[in-house]
Design a protein around this ligand. Structure first.
Ligand SMILES: Nc1ncnc2c1ncn2[C@@H]1O[C@H](COP(=O)(O)OP(=O)(O)OP(=O)(O)O)[C@@H](O)[C@H]1O
Ligand SMILES: [Mg+2]
Length: 226
């Protein structure tokens, strides 16, 4: 095992009832590594992310985070891991409408027990890096689609997680905006040593990753690394 490995999976299988969604998956990520997963709709990409993030328990195989098997952790340890060491970005950002932009961004720090003032200050810094600091007191309904994805990215990175799981993080944006937001997301993740598992339909986005995988009918195939 590579000593800087943060996340690995071997022989991972997952079914929904009788329907197999992930049939064989192996992946390994080092600190700060960006891995892109492409594949057709229904091929099992989101299901694999849920397994890797410990959201769904695997039927077979094993996922390890920093060398520890997720299957050996109890619910409390697993939710602590997801809250403090992982970050998540989804297709539509999914910000909380009642909270301001800066409160949304600071949420992972507040959940980890940080006091309000330092948490908001840290959120402000990440929002600044993503070019949306001027929106900090607005509500999610008062920002554009591209801005809300930047805010979702800021929230996923603010607590400097070990791994961010991103499922079509720019899928709702036009291609110019998607490329810009993605570029900023990956640069910030790399600069703070956060590994990223990035599900995308976009080949240009996938080309920015360090390693590339294709999901075919539940089977994850490693492609050449750049
Ligand atoms: N909760 C569920 N219950 C039953 N079957 C499901 C469930 N979620 C997904 N599936 C099925 O599992 C398979 C994989 O779905 P998954 O969402 O992982 O695909 P995907 O590659 O993420 O697709 P997309 O690109 O459309 O998001 C599909 O056949 C899907 O219909
Ligand atoms: Mg999906």
């Amino acid at each position: 095992m590579n000593t800087s490995e943060v996340l690995s999976a071997n022989g991972v299988e997952l079914s929904y009832g009788e329907t197999p969604a992930v049939r064989a998956a192996a992946i390994s990520l080092c600190r700060g590594e960006i891995a892109a997963i492409t594949g057709q709709s229904g091929s099992g990409k989101s299901s694999l992310l849920y397994c890797l993030a410990g959201v769904l328990p695997v039927a077979r195989g094993e996922v390890r985070f920093e060398g520890r098997a997720l299957g050996e952790l109890d619910d409390e340890e697993l939710s602590g891991l997801r809250r403090e060491r992982f970050g998540f970005v989804f297709q539509y950002g999914e910000l909380i409408p009642e909270l301001t932009v800066e409160e949304n961004t600071a949420l992972p720090l507040r959940l980890a027990g940080q006091r309000k003032a330092p948490a908001l200050a840290a959120a402000g810094e990440v929002l600044e890096r993503l070019g949306v600091a001027d929106l900090r007191t607005r509500r999610p309904s008062q920002v554009s689609g591209g801005q809300s994805q930047r805010i979702a990215v800021a929230r996923a990175l603010v607590h400097k997680p070990a791994v961010v799981f991103a499922d079509e993080p720019t899928g709702s944006l036009d291609s110019a905006n998607a490329t810009a937001v993605l570029g900023e997301f990956l640069a910030l993740a790399r600069s703070q040593g956060t590994a990223v598992v990035l599900v995308t339909h976009d080949d240009q986005v996938a080309a920015q990753a360090d390693s590339l995988y294709i999901m075919r009918d539940g089977m994850l195939e490693a492609q050449g690394t750049s």
